[in-house]
Design a protein around this ligand. Structure first.
Ligand code: 13P
Length: 280
């Protein structure tokens, strides 16, 4: 069905009450696992690449591989830059054919974040590319905030202003999810999401999908989340299966022996998440 921009896909998703899964990819196996899962369920899907994956695989290399597979997929596929760290990285992605970008400068003061995100939206939109924006720092991962306190959560009034001032297509909410596995009990502020959704009409994005309770994810989707990001659980499905197989007494170092089961496990995990987000 081919490579598509992200905005129309997510507008339709929010309007119809489902979410599209967005999975981090870094090599051939991960791309095949995500697209295979989406095709098997006849659902659209988002391949995303963050700075870590881009630096590991090479931006041009991973873009070419992802675009090759997206173009011949039987379902709509988006190629998105997740948490772009510099304006240069965003420009590289536009140059290499990404159909959606995000510049994450949420660590900067609000006014600087608005100015930088607005500039990205102006340039990306001129290329027909969608833009996701983040106003607040979402916890976990490299940010070192494991369970965000309320100070890190999205203020609905400020979210309205951020979306209006920047012209973004999708807005990443901070409602208590964290990147990576949770250190403590997840405490997802669904009441806050309801307030944000009532004021912000564009598709909303849930970062930190790994380990977030399924009931909370379903409720969040019903309230306006149109994209859910999954990285850690997807990588873990691949890596843990490899580790398990490696420990078996009959393990052999040949390509199918090393990579077939990890790729199948990653695909299974993607299928489980896509079903959850689509309400299948
Ligand atoms: P997880 O690693 O918790 O799945 O979060 C992924 C994410 O939000 C990437 O932006």
């Amino acid at each position: 069905m081919s490579l598509v921009p992200m905005s129309e896909l997510l507008v339709r998703a929010r309007r119809s009450g489902y979410a599209v899964g967005a999975f981090e990819v870094w090599n051939l196996e991960s791309i095949q696992a995500v697209i295979g899962a989406a095709e098997g369920l006849a659902q659209p899907v988002i391949l995303q690449v963050g700075p870590g994956e881009a630096d590991y695989a090479g931006m041009e290399d991973i873009a070419h591989a992802a675009i090759f597979h997206a173009r011949r997929a039987k379902v709509p596929v988006v190629l998105h830059l997740d948490h772009g760290d510099t304006f240069e990285r965003v420009m590289q992605c536009l140059n290499h054919g990404f159909t959606s970008v995000m510049l994450d400068v949420s660590h900067l003061p609000y006014a600087e974040n608005v100015a930088a995100t607005k500039e990205v939206a102006r340039v990306a939109h001129a290329c027909g590319v969608s833009v996701e924006g983040e106003m607040d720092r979402i916890g976990g991962g490299a940010t070192g905030i494991d369970v965000p306190d309320d100070a890190h959560l999205t203020n609905p009034d400020q979210a309205v202003e951020f979306v209006r001032a920047t012209g973004i297509d999708a807005f990443a909410v901070a409602i208590g999810t964290v990147h990576g596995f949770y250190q403590g009990e997840p405490h997802i502020r669904l009441g806050l999401l309801e307030k944000i959704a009532a004021r912000v009409p564009i598709p909303l994005v849930l970062h930190g999908g790994s380990g977030t309770p399924e009931a909370d994810v379903r409720k969040a989707v019903s309230l306006g989340i149109a994209k859910v990001n999954i990285c850690t659980e997807f990588v873990a499905a691949f890596a843990d299966t490899y580790a398990h197989e490696h420990a078996a007494s009959d393990f052999r170092y040949n390509v199918p022996g090393v990579f077939l089961k990890p790729r199948a496990a990653a695909r299974q995990l993607a299928e489980k998440k896509i079903r959850l987000f689509a309400g299948l």
